[in-house]
Write a protein that binds this ligand. Sequence first.
Ligand SMILES: Cc1cc2nc3c(=O)[nH]c(=O)nc-3n(C[C@H](O)[C@H](O)[C@H](O)COP(=O)(O)OP(=O)(O)OC[C@H]3O[C@@H](n4cnc5c(N)ncnc54)[C@H](O)[C@@H]3O)c2cc1C
Length: 485
Amino acid sequence: MRGETFLQSLDDGRTVWLGGRNIGRVTDHPALRGTLQTLKSLFDMLDTPGVQEEVGYLVPGKDRYAHAAFLVPHTPEQLAKRSRAFARWSSEVNGMMSRLSDYARSLVTGWYAAREELSRLDPGFSRKITAYYEEARDRDLFLTTAIIDPQIDRSKTLDDERIAERFLHVVRETEDGIVIRGAKMIATGAPYTHDFILSSFLPFRPHERKHAHVMIVPANSKGLHIVCRESFAAQDEFNHPLSARYDEMDAVLFFDDVLVPWERVLMYGDVQKVLQMRANRTANSLAFHQNVVRYIAKLEFVTGVAFAVAEAIGADAYLHVQEKLGELLTQIDTIKALAIASEVKAQYNETGVLVPDLSYIETARNIGTRIYPRAVDILRQVGAGGFVQVPSSVEDFYGPISELMHRYYEGATVSAEKKVQLFKLAWDLTGSPLGSRHELYERYYAGDPVRGYANLYNQFDKKKLTGPIWQLLKESSKRGLTKSF
Ligand SMILES: Cc1cc2nc3c(=O)[nH]c(=O)nc-3n(C[C@H](O)[C@H](O)[C@H](O)COP(=O)(O)OP(=O)(O)OC[C@H]3O[C@@H](n4cnc5c(N)ncnc54)[C@H](O)[C@@H]3O)c2cc1C
């Protein structure tokens, strides 16, 4: 089964800093064990008859299933297949892991699907992306992205030497490749990824060519340090059922003169070309489509927990609670409708790839930054103080106060034990370090939401909406309804 192969492949000499030391074999570390077991079971699905058809597709010419994130959609059925695969993996982890590599894999698939168009920027692009796409697909590579530059002083630009030195840049070009130095943050899944997709969203100017790049760098590259945040993984499943399984680790990356072979440098040095590649519609649509589909599973999970909590304490009898639970359902439908719209309105690109509609996807990603904090807030209001009215240990149910425990922790519709279990789960979702991290994730994973919304406005063809207004005013003037100016 390929889950085991995945785990074994991570023993590759990578440098991962956690708890003040280089942990070496990531599979042995207690902070990562639960998460890796979850990933192992996802990888195994591709070898499981009856399931592999749902999350994967048979690669033409090879008697082997690959994850559907690698499927280039040429028909509505193939686009729907990608969507079903994202949904299945996501619901398998209750929406609680967002970077299962299907997003970054989709970005690679998108660049591969747009290779003809992108080869016009660099003739070597098609060869490089084809080789990498096939390797990633056939070796089930786990991939993640690291796009954002370190948060040092956001008021400064690359004109500031301190900033320019610390943001990831090329220090040397050699016959074998480029040597890079600097940092990137955040890279979710970093300790157990095979490769990083690195780029930057800086609004480059022509002389900033050393910072302009799109490249793929192996996690075990010499000189690459993966610096993890504090682990939120819990060993105690009773108190933290989600943290025990789903802590997808976030990390910062230090590149201390890392050599990147030319074959993995997809674009570099020409600012305009790098910006064009980063804005490629085919790649971005295929990748961001995954973001929206996986988000539905997460909203469904939060909603399910909120319903269960309301039922467990009889709070669902109250109108204001019903109103809030109804709001959660509208959230799910809003994102679902946008995902469906993006698929129904998908358009073929110049080489016949069916590309989901990016504007609906962007709307879903923007709304998503506000919906999730609201969903968590609703859950908190439904359970209220119940989340801290829970015992610290399951042992209390079996010790000297067992009878009292069963009597006083009883719920409206559930036993005391079930109710405590449910409230522990809800707290892990809303109040634990893992829960807080998820709220932060949904606000920021797609970049700064302030600039996200502003971009919607800035890039919109405003005349479409302002035209009729000016027309109406003109007609009113003509008809003498207002004084003409
Ligand atoms: C848990 C988590 C996991 C993530 N995982 C990944 C990942 O795997 N890969 C990845 O690529 N990204 C990931 N991200 C997203 C990314 O790393 C950033 O968090 C996100 O792009 C926002 O940037 P920032 O955190 O540096 O905030 P900043 O950009 O520093 O923003 C801080 C504040 O300053 C304001 N601000 C800063 N600059 C400007 C400006 N120019 N104009 C206006 N306002 C400004 C912002 O509005 C905000 O209020 C993740 C984010 C989180 C929270």
